[in-house]
Design a protein around this ligand. Structure first.
Ligand SMILES: *[C@@H]1O[C@H](CO)[C@@H](O)[C@H](O)[C@H]1NC(C)=O
Length: 217
C-alpha cells in the first residue's frame, strides 16, 4: 500500500477515535451565551454586543440551602444558572453533606465526574458494568480527588464526624442524573410491582411500600 494511503487511513482512524471520545460537541465560536437559562443547547446565542462578564459568572455556590432528607445540599454552576456555560461542555456542583449525609447511588449518562474534597471525609465509589460489577471505592479527604467514569453507577457518602464539602466537575453542560432507587420505585406511572418484586428479590408488598415513599425527585 502506498505510504499516502496508509497515512490517509491512519488519519481517518484517528479522527474517528477523536469523535468517539468526544462528549458535548466542540463549540464553533468563542462564546455562545444562552439567550435564556436552561440546560439544552440553544442554537441561537445572545447578541455578542449585549454580553457582559456577568454572563460567565456565578456567586453563592458556597451558600446552598438547607439539607434535604438524605442530608445533602448542593448548588450548581451550569447553563441553568450561568448562560455563558452554553456550548462549553461543563457543569460544576458544590455540595455539603451533613454527618451521615449521602447521595443515593446514581448515574450521569452523559458525563464523567471529578469530585474534589474541600472539607471532611467522603467515601466514594463506582461499579463497573455487568458481569464484573467491580466496586472501586475509597475514602477521600481534603485535597483529594476521584473520578467517576461516564455512565457508571456511583456512590457518595459522608464518613466524617462533622460535615463534608465537595466540588464536582462534570464534562457536559447537561450530564443528566439517574438515581437508581428512584428510577425503580418512583417511576410515573409505577412499574408493575410484581415484576419489580421478582427483579429485586423482594416480596410484592415491600415493593408497593417502596413505591409510596418520597424519593429524591
Ligand atoms: C402486574 O403484573 C401482574 C403479572 O403479570 C399482573 O397480574 C398485574 O395485574 C399487574 N399489575 C398491574 C397494576 O398492572
Amino acid at each position: 500500500m502506498a505510504a499516502n494511503a496508509i497515512l490517509f487511513i491512519t488519519l481517518a482512524l484517528l479522527n474517528s477515535i477523536r469523535i468517539s471520545l468526544a462528549f458535548d460537541p466542540r463549540p464553533l465560536q468563542d462564546i455562545c451565551v444562552a439567550p435564556t437559562l436552561g440546560l439544552a443547547t440553544t442554537s441561537t446565542c445572545k447578541n455578542p454586543n449585549l454580553v457582559t462578564a456577568d454572563d460567565f459568572y456565578m456567586t453563592g455556590l458556597n451558600r446552598p440551602g438547607p439539607f434535604n432528607a438524605y442530608g445533602v445540599t448542593f448548588t450548581l454552576a451550569s447553563v441553568a444558572t450561568t448562560p455563558g456555560f452554553n456550548t462549553q461542555g461543563q457543569t460544576s456542583l458544590y455540595a455539603e453533606l451533613a454527618p451521615n449525609g449521602i447521595f443515593p447511588p446514581h448515574i450521569h449518562p452523559r458525563a464523567s465526574e471529578i469530585i474534589y474534597v474541600i472539607e471532611g471525609l467522603v467515601e466514594v465509589g463506582f461499579v463497573t458494568s455487568f458481569p464484573a460489577y467491580k466496586y472501586y471505592s475509597k475514602v477521600i479527604k481534603r485535597g483529594d480527588a476521584f473520578i467517576f467514569p461516564v455512565g457508571l453507577v456511583h456512590t457518595v457518602r459522608n464518613v466524617a464526624r462533622g460535615k463534608s464539602v465537595t466540588i464536582s466537575s462534570l464534562n457536559s453542560q447537561n450530564p443528566g442524573i439517574i438515581f437508581l432507587p428512584d428510577s425503580l420505585y418512583a417511576a410515573k406511572p409505577p412499574i408493575n410491582s410484581s415484576y419489580l418484586a421478582r427483579a429485586s428479590k423482594l416480596d410484592e408488598n415491600t415493593v408497593k411500600d417502596l413505591q409510596t415513599k418520597m424519593w429524591f425527585a
